[in-house]
Design a protein around this ligand. Structure first.
Ligand code: NAD
Length: 500
């Protein structure tokens, strides 16, 4: 299973789907062409939405635990294909093998979670103020869920949404990133295998639309799509959010982050350094939860920054398929250019930059490998407040804890945050209402590497959505409040007398 074609075949992809199309899929590892994929037209997108609608009408009447069985089979299929799908993630998104496989493990985990959930879609029973009455909540499927996803988690984000949406009784239509169409087609092929094992799922329960923005816009504007779950840049969310709101549809936005780690004077610096390095250079800085800012107490700053420089100097950069490497390529040239612009701005704004240059250009002239950069900044300048989707760690020093918190919260994004400290007061203050303003706030672990059991997402320009664990399933259902009168009278609420 060495060539990309072998992997695609092993995952059940039809060879016809991989040639003669208008969208060229390339590997960021070496820029090589992987396939020419067929794009969907807007008309085809509408047909897919209609098929999904039909499927949802049948699926909503299937008992939820039976719906869970389909997702259990999807989880099994993913287990059997973990290595192959993980490798395809590495080939198409440039992740190191452990992270490619880790992403598939995340899919398996959310399937397991969703199977349990399929027997736990609970509503409340509520005390009625009227005698002989009972009140309750029931949760019903929404219908069709649109999923728009980013290149950097090309398979996990689909599964977070799809596994939950499907056990909740919905059908899904997925528009993956145009940079990662093959992993999406592979997921669809694996889903089809699960459906075959299941036996009687309606056709159209999961649809995939290959293409760019126009196809995504078809989902955004369709009145048939009850919820649009969109993962990507804040720029994208700014366009998608208001358009869906215009038609009173629902949105779940998972947008950009600008995640910080605070390191206090009592921190275990070994642990902090490990957490920072994994968070800042893993996936070459292309995770939404990547550590982009380090806010370090002046008493430990020199020691910590020295450790980071040492770790950065020895971090192996190269082909992510070679097990020794920890840092793979950037997704494309645009990403490299954006990184260089940000580093230029950082210098202009008084920063001292180390690293950031292109490496391995001779070996891989059509790929974009960089040495991760550390930029020691005089303060939280303009460039620090933006998310540049590349491995740049901005370092700022602080004296007072309140200043560290102000820096942490002083950016427009609000996804992930962390503090390394052994001071209980600092840790608890960080987690309190007046502490971190992010959707994720951690103590003594870094900003990235969330588990599926918790709700995932962030505040402010990160969009406010929550996916994955906890009660995120409620996003995919509508709530009905029911009042049942089992008495022989019709008393009105609030004691109102009407014509008596
Ligand atoms: P992107 O915004 O360029 O694209 C994301 C998706 O949106 C793609 O499928 C794209 O085709 C689609 N899209 C873009 N404009 C659209 C429009 N107007 N209408 C409909 N669809 C549209 O993002 P990217 O470069 O693929 O991914 C990187 C970004 O995603 C980063 O900002 C990162 O932080 C963010 N991200 C966030 C999370 C999260 O959970 N918060 C997870 C992963 C990535």
């Amino acid at each position: 299973m060495d060539t990309p074609q072998d992997i695609l075949r092993a995952l059940g992809l039809n060879a016809d789907a991989l040639t003669g199309g208008t969208l060229t899929a390339r590997s960021p590892i070496d820029g090589a062409e992987l396939a020419q994929v067929h794009e969907h037209t807007v008309a085809q997108a509408h047909s897919a939405i209609t098929r999904a609608r039909q499927a949802s009408l049948a699926w909503r009447d299937v008992p939820a635990p039976r719906r869970g069985e389909l997702i259990r089979l999807l989880g099994e299929t993913l287990r059997e294909n973990k290595t192959a799908l993980g490798r395809l993630v590495s080939l198409e998104a440039g992740k190191i093998v452990a992270e490619g496989e880790g992403e598939v493990q995340e899919m398996i985990d959310i399937c397991d979670f969703a199977v349990g959930l399929s027997r736990q879609l609970y509503g409340l029973t509520i005390a009625s103020e009227r005698p002989g009455h009972r009140m309750m909540e029931t949760w019903h499927p929404l219908g069709v869920i649109g999923i728009i996803s980013a290149f950097n988690f090309p398979v996990a984000v689909w599964s977070w949404n799809a596994a939950l949406a499907i056990v909740c009784g919905n059908a899904v239509v997925w528009k993956p990133s145009e940079k990662t169409p093959l992993t999406a087609l592979a997921c669809q092929a694996l889903f089809a295998q699960a459906v075959q094992r299941f036996g009687d799922a309606p056709a159209g329960l999961s649809e995939v639309l290959i293409g760019g923005r126009e196809v995504g816009e078809a989902l955004v504007d369709s009145h048939t799509v009850a919820l649009v779950s969109a993962t990507g840049s804040t720029r994208m969310g700014r366009q998608v959010g208001p358009r869906v709101a215009q038609r009173f549809g629902r949105v779940l936005l998972e947008l950009g982050g600008n995640n910080a780690i605070i390191v206090g004077p009592t921190a275990d610096l070994d642990m902090a350094a490990r957490g920072i390095v994994f968070g800042a250079i893993g996936t070459a800085g292309q995770r939404c939860t990547t550590t982009r800012r380090l806010i370090v107490h002046e008493s430990v700053a020199d020691a910590l920054v020295q450790r980071l420089h040492k770790a950065y100097a020895s971090a192996p950069i190269g082909n992510p398929l070679d097990s020794g490497n920890l840092v793979g390529p950037l997704i494309d040239r645009g990403s490299f250019d954006a990184m260089q612009e940000a580093l230029k701005a950082a210098r202009e704004q008084g920063g001292k930059v180390t690293g950031g240059e292109r490496v391995l250009a001779d070996e891989y002239p059509n790929a974009w490998y960089v040495r991760p950069a550390i930029a020691e900044m005089p303060g939280q300048t303009d460039v620090v407040c933006h998310e540049t989707f590349a491995p740049i760690l901005y370092v700022m020093r602080y004296k007072e804890f309140s200043d560290a918190l102000a820096l942490q919260n002083g950016v427009p994004q609000g996804l992930s945050s962390a503090i390394f400290t052994n001071d209980l007061r600092e840790a608890e203050t960080f987690l309190s209402a007046s502490g971190s303003d992010c959707g994720i706030a951690n103590v003594n672990i870094g900003t990235s590497g969330a588990e599926i059991g918790g709700a995932f997402g962030g505040e402010k320009e990160t969009g406010g959505g929550r996916e994955s664990g906890s009660d995120a399933w409620r996003n995919y259902m509508r709530r009905a409040t029911n009042t049942i009168n089992y008495s022989r009278n019709l008393p009105l609420a609030q004691g109102i007398k009407f014509g008596e």
